[in-house]
Design a protein around this ligand. Structure first.
Ligand code: PDD
Length: 287
């Protein structure tokens, strides 16, 4: 059974799926995206991702291509046609197709919509989380609107590639004050020596992670002490535990930063518990 993609109103063979060469997403990164994790064929954290999608589009004055209900139908139908139960759903919305010009098209064009679905092996993901991963750090070099989930990801791409080349699973950006902002495709967290869960506040130039928001709710219901604030690389190196969150990794324990061991060098109890609680919570609310 081959993969199927949704492209501008049609379900097509993934191998044949294509967008126009003057799609503004392709030429100018004038596009936004969302990624949902899937559990048993259903979309996790639906509300948070739809809300952020609408916000990203609004910030760029791109119209919502269809209603939430219609989009939900398209996402689910793409999942169904791919026969995938565990994986990731990718949605990209660009401003549309127009002759190349930096400014918006003078005649309104319809946004271009693409949906793809990718299988994830849940056993491999669990094994990875059970072992934990290393992260590297890199200087923050992105624009000032990281709260918008745009496809303009070149700094993230280079950071992630540097992580891969170093045998690490993620790269954490460090700002000019020496504070961790977030990962190349995830939000960063630590558990301090006295057991406080710390993650960067969303007034900073970071993506407002949907997994982050759900996990904060989970941690609150567990009565874990939480501080949403900046933390330095030094504080992270001295932390009892560290981890990162995102639709891709869900919650991934960090066992080393820049080759220096964090805590015991193994996934800690807080990260391990929060991962399973997050997965159970997301599963229960998936649509
Ligand atoms: N990335 N920060 C950045 C820079 C991200 O790209 C992501 C997600 C997150 C976590 O957001 P969320 O919890 O809503 O997935 C934080 C997705 C998974 C990606 O680019 O594939």
């Amino acid at each position: 059974m081959g993969r199927i993609a949704y492209v501008n109103g049609a379900y097509v063979r993934h191998a044949d799926a294509a967008v126009h060469i003057e799609d503004r997403g392709y030429q100018l990164a004038d596009a936004i995206y969302e990624v949902w994790s899937m559990s048993d064929g259903r979309l996790c954290d639906p509300e948070g991702h739809f809300a952020r999608l609408e916000r990203s589009l609004g910030e760029l004055s791109i119209v919502m291509p269809m209603s939430r209900a219609a989009l939900t139908t398209v996402l689910r139908e793409t999942v169904r046609r791919n026969h995938i139960r565990e994986g990731l759903v990718y949605l990209q919305v660009s401003r549309g197709v127009a002759p190349r010009d930096h400014a918006f098209p003078t005649q309104p064009v319809p946004p271009a919509v693409v949906v793809t679905v990718k299988r994830v092996d849940p056993d491999a993901a669990e094994a990875r989380a059970a072992a934990g991963v290393g992260v590297i750090t890199t200087l923050e070099n992105r624009w000032g609107r990281c709260d918008i989930k745009t496809v303009g990801l070149l700094p993230n791409v280079l950071a992630k590639q540097a992580a891969r080349a170093a045998g690490a699973g993620e790269a954490w950006f460090i700002d000019a004050e020496g504070k961790v902002t977030e990962g190349a495709s995830s939000n960063a967290w630590i558990v301090t020596a006295d057991g406080v869960l710390v993650t960067r506040d969303t007034s900073a130039n970071i993506l407002r992670g949907v997994t982050r928001a759900t996990l904060l709710d989970v941690a609150r219901s567990e009565n874990i002490r939480i501080e949403e604030r900046a933390f330095s690389l030094e504080e992270a190196l001295a932390a009892r535990e560290a981890f990162f969150t995102g639709a891709g990794a869900l919650l991934m324990p960090v066992v080393a930063i820049d080759g220096r061991q964090i805590g015991t060098g193994h996934p800690g109890p807080v990260a391990t518990r929060l991962r399973s609680l997050y997965i159970a919570t997301a599963r229960a609310a998936a649509i």
